[in-house]
Design a protein around this ligand. Structure first.
Ligand code: ADP
Ligand code: ZN
Length: 635
């Protein structure tokens, strides 16, 4: 990533004032020092009294306990007279201090010896007083501002004790959105739904006159990164209304009771500026089914949620405030949230299909110089399952790759590289010994051959033994089309592909490694879903056996009773086992039959480290023709 050039002068303003105060203070104190007259002679108090008694003192000034004064002229030593005996002083002025216990006879003594006495107030000059008194405060206040600013900065990215009473502005943000619906690609249905809201916000009076009631709450539901926030902001931008946003998880980070008051503040502010939009991100963080008692801290959540609900109930119907909330777990939301009059309208955002992916890529490469060989259609085809945010990230990564290679334009290879980085993880520079490399190669080719040989699989894209992320190697398949429905055969073949790696290790090395653990986990999960969710086991039939969710920490499913018998549970396990072992037998058969091909592909892979599907086809074709010609020679 490009390193940011930090300008040392672009410090926060309070920090700057603080520095300025320091500098000014330094200058003043230096000036003071340099204007000090040369120090007078210091006398012991007894010496001073002696000098007075000897009539050597001309005048004194008394200032508190300090006495300064001047000697008579004859008492001062001149350069040429060196009279001995009488005491001579080197300077005409002197100073001394009256003892703390005081000396009541001093004044009398001075008068008696004809010393002229003047008294000065011992208070320092007014500006010195002010400076001395204020300086520590200025310093403290400066420091306080500096630190509270830093706390606030931290607050805006998370919770912290100092933000609670103060910076409500930091908890929710008000922005004017300059996004338009044109900035949102795909999502045709969702856009149609928000169009109505936009029309309403543009001219609420028109709707009110006709007595129409518009939904106050809109729930945007969809996987992360599919553009929920984007759509809400585009709605605000299109209708040209202020956009108040807050994230559900931010409520939870705060102290009890504060979440609710923040909700009140935000709704009050939004009502003051109607028409407006309130956007609550991650509403499932506060709005998930109540009363399970799991996850902890639900008191705070409940209060916050109740506040949101009562604010929404409290709309008189005249305020043109639309509350939009986003969630990727609409299934766990409290039913109270989705009741009529609350978030009663749901807009579902799905992962983008191929055309939408292409459009999203087009939007995010608008300002990037693309070389001619970049075909966004192909990139879109290869990014099945990517959300809008992933595609944006892909475009950005590609630009970074191009920049790193000092290219003026982004070429197709940059997209390939960043796609690998995103799907497989970063390339790891790792020294792997020959034996391990060989095992990994057989393992991956095992996967790859299954992808080629089993019916109905996603086409093979490539195989690599370059370590990426956590994995030592990878086999990549890319579907021709986005799949909407998964057939039993497709799923079985997928399990077969997952098992291919382990089976290859077993056949070629007679042993298996731990590297297949993840494959087995995925295969088992998939088989279980085939049995329990898709009704794909003939023995158990078309029945759904709830398995609990993959997010038990959210609290709902964990408490859901397992409503099937132990006997059924036993049967499920047996069926899962059967599906996997049957597939394994098939895979063993296929790999044993193709041992020669696999060996030759592996030796190529060890050399080149990455093979595309085409290259593998070419290697196998060559092998077949040479085997055929050998056979002919033997005949
Ligand atoms: P969500 O709120 O659903 O998690 P966001 O709205 O924050 O996702 O999306 C993150 C980013 O991904 C957006 O800022 C946008 O740049 C990009 N993005 C997502 N979906 C789309 C889309 N349909 N069209 C264009 N950009 C998108
Ligand atoms: Zn594997």
């Amino acid at each position: 990533m490009a390193t940011k050039n930090k300008n040392p002068f672009s410090m926060p303003p309070t920090w700057m004032t603080f520095l300025w105060i320091l500098v000014i203070w330094l200058i003043i104190s230096i000036l003071f020092q340099s204007y000090q007259p040369p120090a007078p002679q210091e006398l012991a108090y007894t010496d001073f009294k002696k000098a007075v008694n000897h009539k050597k003192v001309d005048k004194v000034t008394i200032k508190g306990h300090a006495i300064s004064g001047e000697f008579r002229e004859k008492a001062v030593k001149s350069r040429d007279s060196g009279k001995k005996g009488s005491r001579l002083y080197s300077r005409s002025d002197f100073k001394t201090r009256i003892p703390a216990i005081g000396d009541p006879e001093l004044l009398q003594l001075l008068e008696k010896n004809g010393v002229s006495v003047s008294v000065e107030s011992d208070e320092p000059a007014w500006f010195v007083t002010i400076l001395v008194n204020l300086l520590p405060w200025i310093l403290i206040i400066g420091l306080f501002f500096y630190f509270s600013r830093r706390m606030q900065e931290r607050m805006s990215s998370g919770g912290g004790p100092f933000g609670v009473g103060k910076s409500k502005a930091k908890i929710y943000k008000k922005t004017e959105s300059d996004l338009r619906l044109d900035d949102v690609a795909g999502l045709a249905n969702a856009k149609k739904e928000v169009q109505e809201i936009i029309d309403y916000l543009k001219d609420p009076a028109k709707f009110h006159e006709l007595g129409g009631k518009l939904p106050r709450g809109v729930l945007l539901a969809g996987p992360p990164g599919t553009g929920k926030t984007l759509l809400a902001r585009a709605t605000a931008g299109e209708a040209n209304v202020p956009f108040f946003s807050i994230s559900g998880s931010e409520f939870i980070e705060m102290f009890v009771g504060v979440g609710a008051s923040r909700v009140r503040n935000m709704f009050d502010d939004a009502k003051k500026e109607t028409p407006s939009i309130i956007f609550i991100d991650e509403i499932d963080a506060i709005g998930r089914v109540r009363g399970t008692g799991l996850g902890g801290g639900h008191d705070e959540r409940e209060q916050t949620l109740n506040q949101i609900l009562s604010e929404m109930d409290g709309f008189s119907g005249r305020e043109a405030v639309v509350v939009m909330a986003a969630t990727n777990r609409s299934d766990v939301l409290d039913p109270a949230l989705t009741r009529p009059g609350r978030f009663d309208r749901q807009i579902i955002l799905e992962l983008p299909h191929k055309n939408a992916r292409k459009q999203i890529l087009e939007i995010h490469t608008r300002n990037m110089p693309l070389a001619e060989d970049v075909n966004l259609e192909i990139v879109a085809r290869r990014t099945v399952g990517f959300a809008g945010a992933d595609l944006e990230n892909l475009a950005n990564e590609s630009a970074l790759f191009a920049a790193r290679n000092n290219r003026k334009k982004i070429i197709a290879e940059d997209f390939d590289e960043s796609l690998d980085k995103i799907t497989l993880g970063l390339v790891r520079d790792e020294l792997i010994n020959e034996e391990d490399r060989k095992i990994v190669a057989y393992h991956e080719v095992g996967h790859a051959m299954m992808a080629k040989l089993l019916p109905g699989t996603d086409p093979l894209e490539k195989v690599t033994i370059i370590p990426h992320g956590q994995a030592l190697g990878a086999t990549q398949q890319i579907p021709e089309e986005d799949r909407y429905n998964l057939s039993r055969q497709y799923l079985q073949s997928r399990i077969g592909v997952m098992l291919g790696g382990r089976v290859a290790e077993k056949i070629f090395f007679g042993d298996i490694t731990s590297g297949a653990a993840n494959d087995l986990k995925q295969a088992t999960e998939l088989a279980r879903r085939m049995v329990c969710q898709f009704g794909m086991s003939d023995r158990l039939g078309p029945v759904n056996f709830p398995q609990g969710d993959r997010h038990p920490f959210l609290g709902q499913e964990l408490t859901e009773p397992k409503n099937y018998s132990e006997r059924t549970a036993y049967l499920i396990d047996k069926e899962v086992y059967r599906i996997i072992t049957e597939m394994e037998d098939k895979v063993v058969q296929l790999i044993s039959d193709k041992q020669e091909e696999i060996k030759i592909v592996v030796s190529e892979l060890l050399e080149k480290e990455t093979l595309s599907n085409k290259e593998i086809d070419a290697i196998i074709a060559e092998q077949d023709s040479s085997v055929n010609s050998e056979k002919q020679e033997q005949q």
